[in-house]
Design a protein around this ligand. Structure first.
Ligand SMILES: *Cc1c(COP(=O)(O)O)cnc(C)c1O
Length: 392
């Protein structure tokens, strides 16, 4: 029985302040969130544009269930590929300026599917060391030679690319880093990849909808064409407020995925109503640029407030605004103190982030008001005073 000493491993996790617990939420994703039976002010969702509970998106979903029902029913390659999916793919291709788009049921699956379809044992994958877990897992699953380069460090990447004798070389990075909020140097990475006969893949889970003209994401933000950035991945469960993900690129890339991406082939299609709801949210993302402008105002208000209070933020211009706290204990203690004051901010601890860089991950949504940001700042000030070991 010792092989499965689960209790011991769980106890160790608890002692390290790394134990995770789920909160129970009632009602929709909104800044004022019902959590464990209490109303609190939340700064932890990825619903950046406030679309997860938008009436038009909800109505599109409801109407689509009258037409398509609820379940996807089958995989895309059997009879699960509905007109709703197809139209969304075409609209996303137009929006991202790519030849074609393929929908996946989740971002995690999109990443696993793409990287393992493109790479095998004679290939190499080069990943930023702070990449999202799904990208790292995908690299391992592919069987390719796996290299992690220093965060956003083009020189370090170049040395690795130069030494590589792999057949195919794929450079993979988050567009906006999910736990740091900074933006990858995509223009440099793209040049570097091209000069070493490598492809660049970007996971734009946190930039899509937020960055670029009409929210077209980091490819537009850096003006990178399909040749500059051959594999573009985005998710729909964050700024788009629905669910699922997509990969955008050339005809040959998308056909390769249809034929070889196992997480595309061997899974049920996302419910068609989700695709219909996403088409409506795409329209809102494009047209309502006030959402992005409002977000920028909130972010600036928060950053200048923190500066006045001497609270250390990480260098980020995106809706992800982590407070650098250091130890996991400290992050938990601060998060609890905020919760005691009705404010919800998640403590992010290892292994999600490197040892010694635990943080409070504050995220903003266009659904927040300036007054709510002020309430966060006032409460942070109190908490910082009450939890004195916190470095400020
Ligand atoms: C959230 C996220 C994913 C996973 O997307 P899901 O659709 O939630 O599975 C992938 N990559 C990054 C960078 C993410 O933040």
């Amino acid at each position: 029985m010792t092989a499965f000493a689960l209790d011991a491993a769980l106890a160790e996790r608890r002692e390290q302040s790394l134990y995770r617990q789920r909160l129970l939420v009632d009602g929709p994703q909104e800044p004022e969130l019902m959590v464990d039976g209490q109303c609190c002010l939340a700064f932890c969702s990825n619903d950046y544009l406030g679309l997860a509970n938008h009436p038009d998106v909800i109505n599109a979903f409801k109407k689509a269930t009258d037409i398509y029902g609820v379940g996807g029913g089958a995989s895309h390659l059997i009879v699960g590929h509905s007109r709703a999916h197809h139209q969304l793919e075409e609209e996303l291709a137009e929006f991202t300026g790519r030849s074609r788009v393929l929908l996946f049921s989740t971002g995690y699956m999109a990443n696993l599917g793409v990287i393992s379809a493109l790479l095998g044992i004679s290939d190499a994958v080069f990943q930023d060391r702070l990449n999202h877990a799904s990208l790292l897992d995908a690299g391992r699953l592919s069987g390719a030679r796996f290299q992690r380069y220093l965060h956003a460090d083009c020189e370090n990447l170049e040395q690795r690319l130069m030494r590589s004798t792999a057949h195919r070389k794929l450079v993979v990075t988050d567009g906006v880093f999910s736990m740091d909020g900074d933006i990858a140097p995509l223009r440099e990475l793209s040049k570097l990849a091209r000069s070493h006969d490598a492809w660049l893949m970007v996971d734009d889970a946190h930039g899509f909808g937020c960055l670029g003209n009409e929210g077209r994401g980091c490819a537009d933000y850096f003006d990178l064409s399909q040749d500059d950035l051959p594999v573009l991945m985005g998710t729909l469960g964050k700024a788009f407020g629905t669910a699922g993900a997509f990969v955008a690129g050339s005809e040959a890339l998308i056909e390769t995925l249809v034929q070889f991406a196992r997480t595309y082939i061997y899974t049920t299609a996302m419910p068609p109503a989700i695709a219909e709801a996403t088409r409506v949210s795409l329209n809102i993302v494009r047209k309502e640029s006030w959402r992005r402008e409002h977000l920028t105002t909130l972010i600036q208000r928060f950053r200048s407030g923190c500066e006045t209070l001497g609270i250390r933020l990480m260098p980020s211009s995106t809706p992800i605004q982590p407070i650098d706290v250091g130890s996991a204990d400290r992050a938990l203690e601060m998060s609890r103190a905020l919760a005691d004051n009705g404010i919800l901010v998640t403590a992010i601890r290892p292994p999600t982030v490197p040892q010694g860089s635990a943080r409070l991950r504050v995220t903003f949504s266009a659904a927040h008001t300036p007054e709510q940001v002020d309430r966060l700042l006032t409460t942070l000030e109190e908490v910082v005073r009450k939890v004195p070991e916190v470095e400020v």
